[in-house]
Structures are given as structure tokens and as C-alpha cells.
Design a protein around this ligand. Structure first.
Ligand code: GRF
Length: 186
């Protein structure tokens, strides 16, 4: 089974997924696609010898260029790991229930465009939430809206800051995302 990872940032989730399937006979991370030149995830791809593609906005949103690329690579599952663009409907249509995302909060609250990075954790703390966590969900053509696959929670204490909460949420991401990817591919 072949995975394509879409990421925009540091790629810590991509790294954990790559580590999880290292040496696997049945699953491989075949492609890494990124929309940000110089993003950390591109360095991870290089050091892991995984082909990476820098996505151009125009063809991504107005052509089948990348859909064809994924199909030619015989990708079975598209994994968004900190990918900040909305997935265009032609890609969603080409991979029904085959595109998943991880959101660093408990959807349906605290989701949608712009809700990423520490901004999410600031909003969750400002709202006085006692818990936060992760949501792994199928991707449709709305932000953070598809069917939920898994949610895991962490507590928020009064001395938590957006940074300390981000640390707790990242730990959940790294612990659960690779296992969910494996389960979906088995
Ligand atoms: C994570 O917080 C993830 O939940 C969100 O974007 C961030 C990606 O971080 N979708 P990284 O690039 O995997 O370190």
C-alpha cells in the first residue's frame, strides 16, 4: 500500500509516520507533497530519500495535474499532516474516503480556515475549555468537516499556555496518527 503525505510545515507528523512504517513490507510512504518552499518536511523527505513535490497553487486548484500524479504513483491513502490549503474537490472526488487529516483540537469546535498552529490552542484556552485533543477525520471539500475517525483528549490545567497545550496535543498526534494510518490500510 502506498501513502502520499501532504504537509506545509515542520513535518513532525510526517516523520512519525515514516518511522512507523520503516521496514514495512506492506506499506510505504511513496510521495511527500508540500506547498511551502523551504518547509521542514522537505528536508525530511530528502533525508529519507522520499520523492517530494512542491505544489503550485494554480495547477493544484485548477487542474488534475496532482490527481494524475497520485494515480500514476498508485497512491492508496492521502495523509494530510499540517497541510494548510483546502483540498480541491477534484482531489476529494478522486479519492473518496481515502484522504485523512489530523486537526489539533476537538472538532466540530475550533475548526475551519485559519484555525491551525498555536492559534487553535489560544482559542481553546481563551474559551475556558477543560480539555482539548486531536481529531483525525476524512477530508471532504470543506475545512475540517469530514466524518470523524478518532478523537483523543488531553486535560487543560490553569497553568497551561498555548505552547504547553501544543506540546500535549503534538504528543497525542504522534502517538495516534501512525496507528490510525496503519488501521485504515490493513
Ligand atoms: C499539527 O499540529 C497538526 O495537528 C496540524 O498541523 C500541525 C502539523 O505539525 N494539522 P507538523 O508539521 O506535523 O509538525
Amino acid at each position: 500500500k502506498n501513502i502520499a503525505i501532504f504537509a506545509s510545515g515542520a513535518g513532525s507528523n510526517a516523520q512519525k509516520i515514516i518511522d512507523h512504517f520503516r521496514g514495512s513490507q506492506s506499506v510505504s510512504v511513496k510521495l511527500i507533497l508540500c506547498n511551502k518552499p523551504g518547509a521542514g518536511v522537505l528536508n525530511i523527505a530528502a533525508s529519507e530519500n522520499i520523492p517530494s513535490i512542491l505544489i503550485e497553487k494554480e495547477p493544484f486548484f485548477h487542474s488534475d495535474h496532482y490527481v494524475q500524479m497520485l494515480q500514476q504513483a498508485e497512491i492508496d491513502l492521502v495523509v494530510l499532516a499540517g497541510f494548510l490549503w483546502k483540498v480541491p474537490s477534484n482531489l476529494v472526488a478522486a479519492y473518496p474516503d481515502k484522504i485523512i487529516n489530523i486537526h489539533p483540537a476537538l472538532l466540530p469546535k475550533f475548526g475551519g480556515k485559519g484555525m491551525y498552529g498555536n492559534f487553535v490552542h489560544e482559542a481553546v484556552i481563551a474559551a475556558g475549555e477543560k480539555q482539548s485533543g486531536i481529531t483525525i477525520h476524512y477530508v471532504n471539500d470543506k475545512y475540517d468537516d469530514g466524518r470523524i475517525i478518532l478523537q483523543e483528549t488531553c486535560d487543560i490545567t490553569e497553568n497551561d499556555t498555548p505552547a504547553t497545550l501544543a506540546g500535549k496535543v503534538h504528543a497525542l498526534e504522534h502517538r495516534f496518527y501512525p496507528a490510525i494510518v496503519e488501521r485504515l490500510l490493513s
